[in-house]
Design a protein around this ligand. Structure first.
Ligand code: ATP
Ligand code: MG
Length: 483
C-alpha cells in the first residue's frame, strides 16, 4: 500500500468512467534528436504506469514494534516501508482532451526553470490534444485583476521561452482569496490548473483543490514545486537549485579574487536559503574557495573568543585573506525583528549579509587590525538566470508528469523526484514544514528511523565527503570549511 493516498477525481465522481488514453501512445518519445522538442514519435509505449506502481520513499526502523504502531505489518517487525505513487502516463485518463481548458500560473519569487516547466506543460498538453491552454498573468493576482487578460498558450508561443530566465507569465505575491480564485476558474471554464510555486503557492493550490472538491467541480489541480532553496520535504531536489549553486560559483569566485588580491581581504557572499542552507553549503563545497559557511540550521556567534570574527582574524593572520558565505536565513537572532510581512504573509527577514559586513568592519577597526571587506549579494542575478542543463531536464520531466497526473485524474498533488524516481505526492505532505538539513536528520533520529535514503544529508555535518566541516570551537557551531 502507498504511504499517502492521493486525491483522485473518482473521490468526487465515483461513477467517472475513464476514457481510453489513445493520445498517450504518441507520448512514447524515444531519446532521439527530437526529445528536447517533445515531438510525438511513431514509437508506441512499452507500457503505461500502472496506478499500483509505487516508489519506495524510505525504510524506517522503529525502536520497537509498539512504537511502529499501526504501520507495522507483523508483530515482531520494526521495519516499515513507505511508498509513493510513481508519476507517468496512465492507461486511463479522466478528461477528454477536447473538453479541457488548462491554465498555468506561476507565483512567489523567480526561480531558474519556470519557463522550462511552462513550456513542457504546454507541449505535453498539446500532445494529449488539448486546444485551450492559457497562462494566468502575475500569479494568483491574475485571477482577480480584470486589467490582466489571460494569455493564450501554444507550442508556437512557448517554443523558445526556456532560453531566457524569469517567467513568461510573470509572478506575484498576495492576491485574491481561494473562493475568488475558484469563482474565476468556474467563470473561465478552467478544469485543469497547473500551479508553479513554493510552499505558499502550494498551500494555495491545495486550498483551491479542496474548494473545487467542495463545490464538486471536476477540476485537476497539480503543482510543480518551485523553490530555489531546495527546501521541499521528501524530494531529492527541486528545479532551480542546481542552477543557483552553479551561478553562485561566479559570485564566490569574484569574492575570492577580491579578497585574495587585497591586503587582508575578506569577501562576504550572501546566498539564498531562508530556512535551509543547501545553496550556501553546496556552493561552498563546489567552489573550494570558502573558509566559513553560515547556515540557518546551525547557530553561531559573531563575537567572543570563539566567534566568527575572531576566527576571521585568525584566518587573516595565517592565510592573509578569507571568504565567508552566509545564507539569508542564518543568524537571524542577531538582527532586530522587523515585524513586517510581505504581501503573502511571509516574515521579512533582516539582512544578515549586510549585518556580517558591518560587524566585520567594526570589529577589525576596533581591534586595530587592517581588513579590506567586500560584500556581494548576487540573489537577484541568480534567480533571474535561465536553467542549466540539469535543471532543464528536471523541468522537462516534471512538466510532462504534471500533465500526466492531471489527465490521470489526480488533484491536490504535486510532482517531484524522490530517490531518483518521479512521483506524485499529496500536497499537504510536502508543505508541512520546510526541509531543513539538521531537522531532517533530527526528525528521523527522533522517530528512531534509519537515515537509509537520506544518508548523505544525515552524515553531512559530521563527516562530509570532501572536506572537514567542524565547529570553530566546541562552544560555537559556525561551520568552517578547511580545504
Ligand atoms: P517563494 O518560495 O518564492 O516564497 P511561495 O509560493 O512560497 O514561493 P508566497 O509569496 O509565499 O510564495 O505565496 C505565493 C502565493 O500563494 C501568494 O499569492 C499567496 O497569496 C498564496 N498563498 C500563500 N500562502 C497561502 C495559504 N496558506 N493559503 C492560500 N494561499 C496562499
Ligand atoms: Mg515561500
Amino acid at each position: 500500500e502507498a504511504r499517502f493516498n492521493i486525491p483522485h477525481i473518482t473521490d468526487v465522481f465515483p461513477d467517472a468512467v475513464p476514457y481510453p488514453s489513445t493520445f498517450c501512445l504518441k507520448m512514447r518519445t524515444p531519446v532521439s534528436q527530437d526529445f528536447a522538442e517533445g515531438y510525438p514519435s511513431d514509437e508506441k509505449w512499452h507500457g503505461y504506469i500502472s496506478k499500483n506502481d509505487r516508489v519506495l520513499l524510505k525504510v524506517i526502523r522503529y525502536s520497537s514494534p509498539t512504537s511502529a504502531g499501526a504501520e507495522c505489518i507483523d508483530p515482531d517487525c520494526t521495519w516499515v516501508e513507505q511508498w509513493v505513487h510513481r508519476a507517468g502516463p496512465r492507461e486511463k485518463i479522466y478528461f477528454k482532451p477536447e473538453e479541457v481548458k488548462a491554465a498555468i500560473v506561476t507565483c512567489g519569487g523567480l526561480c531558474p526553470g519556470l519557463n522550462d516547466v511552462i513550456r513542457q506543460i504546454v507541449i505535453t498538453l498539446e500532445i494529449y490534444g488539448v486546444k485551450k491552454i492559457v497562462g494566468i498573468p502575475f500569479g494568483y493576482r491574475g485571477f482577480s485583476d480584470e486589467s490582466l487578460a489571460e494569455m493564450p498558450l501554444s507550442r508556437k508561443v512557448v517554443q523558445n521561452i526556456h532560453l531566457s530566465g524569469g517567467s513568461l507569465l510573470g509572478v506575484s505575491r498576495g492576491g485574491p482569496s481561494v473562493s475568488e480564485i475558484v469563482d474565476s476558474m468556474e467563470e473561465r471554464g478552467i478544469n485543469m490548473l497547473f500551479v508553479l510555486g513554493g510552499n505558499g503557492t502550494h498551500a494555495g493550490a491545495n486550498a483551491i483543490h479542496e474548494e473545487c472538491h467542495k463545490r464538486r467541480l471536476k477540476v485537476a489541480v497539480v503543482g510543480v514545486p518551485k523553490t530555489i532553496d531546495n527546501d521541499i520535504l521528501l524530494m531529492d531536489k527541486t528545479f532551480g537549485f542546481d542552477t543557483a549553486v552553479e551561478e553562485a560559483q561566479r559570485a564566490i569566485n569574484s569574492a575570492y579574487i577580491e579578497a585574495h588580491s587585497a591586503y587582508h581581504g575578506i569577501g562576504i557572499v550572501k546566498l539564498m536559503g531562508r530556512s535551509s542552507g543547501y545553496i550556501a553549503m553546496q556552493a561552498s563545497l563546489a567552489s573550494g574557495q570558502i573558509d566559513i559557511c553560515l547556515i540557518p540550521e546551525v547557530p553561531f556567534n559573531l563575537h567572543g573568543p570563539h566567534g566568527v570574527l575572531s576566527h576571521l582574524k585568525y584566518l587573516l593572520e595565517t592565510k592573509g585573506s578569507a571568504v565567508v558565505c552566509v545564507a539569508e536565513g542564518a543568524g537571524q537572532d542577531f538582527l532586530e525583528k522587523i515585524n513586517a510581512t510581505d504581501a503573502s504573509g511571509n516574515i521579512i527577514l533582516g539582512d544578515i549579509g549586510v549585518h556580517v559586513q558591518q560587524e566585520t568592519k567594526k570589529y577589525f577597526k576596533g581591534v586595530g587590525f587592517p581588513a579590506d571587506v567586500k560584500y556581494i549579494d548576487p540573489t537577484y542575478m541568480i534567480r533571474a538566470c535561465r536553467a542549466n542543463a540539469s535543471d532543464g531536464i528536471l523541468c522537462t520531466v516534471l512538466g510532462q508528469n504534471a500533465v500526466h497526473g492531471a489527465f490521470a485524474g489526480y488533484s491536490g498533488i504535486t510532482v517531484g523526484i524522490c530517490n531518483t524516481h518521479y512521483v506524485y505526492f499529496p500536497i499537504p505532505e510536502v508543505i508541512a514544514l520546510p526541509k531543513i538539513r539538521e531537522k531532517d536528520c533530527q526528525l528521523q533520529k527522533d522517530s528512531g528511523s534509519l537515515c537509509k535514503f537520506r544518508e548523505k544529508d544525515c552524515h553531512y555535518s559530521s563527516s562530509p565527503p570532501i572536506f572537514e566541516v567542524y565547529s570553530i570551537h566546541s562552544a560555537s557551531s559556525a561551520l568552517t570549511c578547511e580545504q
